[in-house]
Write a protein that binds this ligand. Structure first.
Ligand code: 13P
Length: 245
């Protein structure tokens, strides 16, 4: 049985005070959930968030693939691990579109995180144009093949994949549960093609894109959707608790 995992991606939101007040309101209520739950916090507030989270996973939103060096503005996996961070989002479409993240750098980050024993939350998903041209399957399969290049079978099982159609992010347009399910099934099949059925049945696939307390139940009821990566609706404590409960 795959345990569902719901992660709020805070993107560039919340000051330190706002981070603490969110966690004070939410963490205690997340003790005995049926799902794993957490938030991906901006770098500067990760340490603080860790101090105020007993039950929630605190994830980073990015990392660099080198151990150290002259990479101004970047954060290494060792630095994240120092803070007790266990999960890192990589390849988010906003980073691919606005910050030159490529399949190649995503793959390097994936390999580095796995080598250090952290859990990558690997994002994939097609643009509106690709969706309208019926290129979704091809786009996500290619992203998955490239991201998993050189990843061994045991490590592959630990990766969390987040399918996020770009046209559904922050637009209020959720993919229907059926569309999300169909693409997540394609992704799982691609994992089976690269590895085997055991890996495919073990790996968790989240859906992301305008997930809200009102639609999460139907999405998570789909056989190939094992959780959600949530932007806007994860920022408010009541809404976040609505998602995880
Ligand atoms: P929204 O939930 O705001 O659409 O954002 C989705 C997302 O990008 C999560 O990573």
């Amino acid at each position: 049985m795959r345990k569902p995992i719901i992660i709020g991606n805070w993107k560039m939101f919340k000051t330190s005070d706002e981070t603490v007040s969110f966690l004070n309101a939410v963490d205690g209520a997340c003790q005995q959930l049926e799902v794993e739950a957490g938030v991906a916090v901006p770098f500067v507030n990760l340490g603080l968030a860790k101090q105020h989270a007993k039950n929630l996973i605190i994830a980073a939103q990015n990392c660099h693939f080198e151990d150290q060096g002259a990479f101004t503005g970047e954060i290494s996996v060792d630095m994240l691990q120092d803070l007790g961070i266990t999960h890192v989002v990589i390849g988010h479409s906003e980073r691919r579109e606005m910050f030159n993240e490529t399949d190649e750098t995503v793959n390097k980050k994936m390999l580095k995180l796995l080598a250090k024993g952290l859990t990558p939350i690997l994002c994939c998903g097609e643009s509106l144009g690709q969706y309208e041209n019926n290129e979704t399957a091809m786009v996500v399969k290619t992203q998955i093949q490239k991201a998993f290049k050189g990843v061994n079978l045991e490590d592959a099982k630990t990766v969390i994949i987040a399918y996020e159609p770009i046209w559904a992010i922050g637009t209020g347009k959720t993919a229907t549960a059926q569309i999300a399910q169909d693409v997540c099934a394609i992704i799982r099949q691609e994992i089976a093609n690269i590895y085997d059925e055991v890996v495919a049945n073990t790996i968790r696939i989240q859906y992301g894109g305008s997930v809200k307390p009102e639609n999460i139940k139907e999405l998570l009821a789909q056989p190939d959707i094992d959780g959600a990566l949530v932007g806007g609706a994860s920022l408010d404590p009541t809404s976040f608790l609505g998602l995880v409960k």
